[in-house]
Design a protein around this ligand. Structure first.
Ligand code: ADP
Ligand code: MG
Length: 230
């Protein structure tokens, strides 16, 4: 089967031709299959976040190409990229970026606004996903009244309300205690069981040893130095 994402000869250079030029990704070649659960590892500064941003259509490579579902995305204009990003990816970051003064439901509905769906439909979808993550009863509460763990679930619900095929997570457990990290992995496992593709940048052994990961790609100085299927 064709890969869901195919990365070919990709380089990313920041501040090109300037004294502080930085080759963040140096000739990356990768195929990611639908249903893969990938851990992207490597020391700080090795290029994990940069690679995630290119895979997730949040930036463009300096050279090389990326295909998503067989389609070249590296050169598409921003408005097309934004649409693809919205329809294909769910992003889970260390910082939740929730709107603290509005309700849980409104936060989760946010990614649906550009779809021109009816508000009632958006609300229903938001409630469904909140129920799924065990926080349906908090729907009308303001986010600032929730605990850290509850806020994390809201952020994940928001990332998943568009029913993305690919979930991209950047060091998702970095600020979580063990119990929350455990809950997050349970959610990831559920998504994997549903056939979703997960790409998780992490150097947390708790994640790599959880049994969830099907493939580990290791970066050093912007290059792939390991690609194992344990
Ligand atoms: P990681 O996520 O593995 O820590 P990053 O992808 O964030 O690595 O960074 C890779 C390299 O690129 C680092 O040296 C970092 O300082 C540099 N870098 C990242 N983002 C930028 C940027 N916007 N401008 C300039 N340099 C950057
Ligand atoms: Mg990073």
């Amino acid at each position: 089967m064709a890969p869901i994402i195919a990365v070919k000869d990709v380089c990313k250079i920041y501040n090109r031709h300037a004294p502080d030029e930085m080759i963040a990704l140096d000739n990356i070649n990768l195929d990611i299959a639908a249903g893969d659960v990938v851990a992207l590892t490597g020391p700080s500064g090795s290029g994990k976040t940069t690679l995630l941003s290119l895979l997730g259509c949040m930036g463009r490579p300096t050279s090389g190409s990326i295909r998503l579902h067989e389609r070249h995305i590296s050169r598409l204009p921003e408005r097309f990229l934004a649409k693809i990003r919205r329809e294909t990816f769910g992003f889970v970051f260390q910082h939740y970026n929730l709107l603290r003064d509005v309700s849980v439901t409104e936060n989760v509905m946010l990614p649906l606004y550009p779809t021109a769906m009816r508000v009632k439909t958006m609300k229903n979808l938001a409630h469904e996903v909140l129920e799924r993550f065990g926080i349906g009863h908090m729907a009308d509460k303001k986010v600032k009244l929730l605990s850290g763990g509850e806020q994390q679930r809201v952020a994940i619900a928001r990332a998943l309300v568009t029913q993305p095929d690919i979930i991209i997570a950047d060091e998702p457990t970095a600020h979580l205690d063990n119990e929350l990290a455990h809950d997050l992995l349970a959610i990831f496992r559920q998504l994997s069981d549903d056939g979703k593709t997960l790409i998780i940048a992490t150097h947390d052994p708790f994640v790599s040893r959880s049994g969830l990961i099907k493939r580990t790609i290791e970066l050093r100085f912007g290059r792939v130095v390991g690609d194992v299927f344990p």
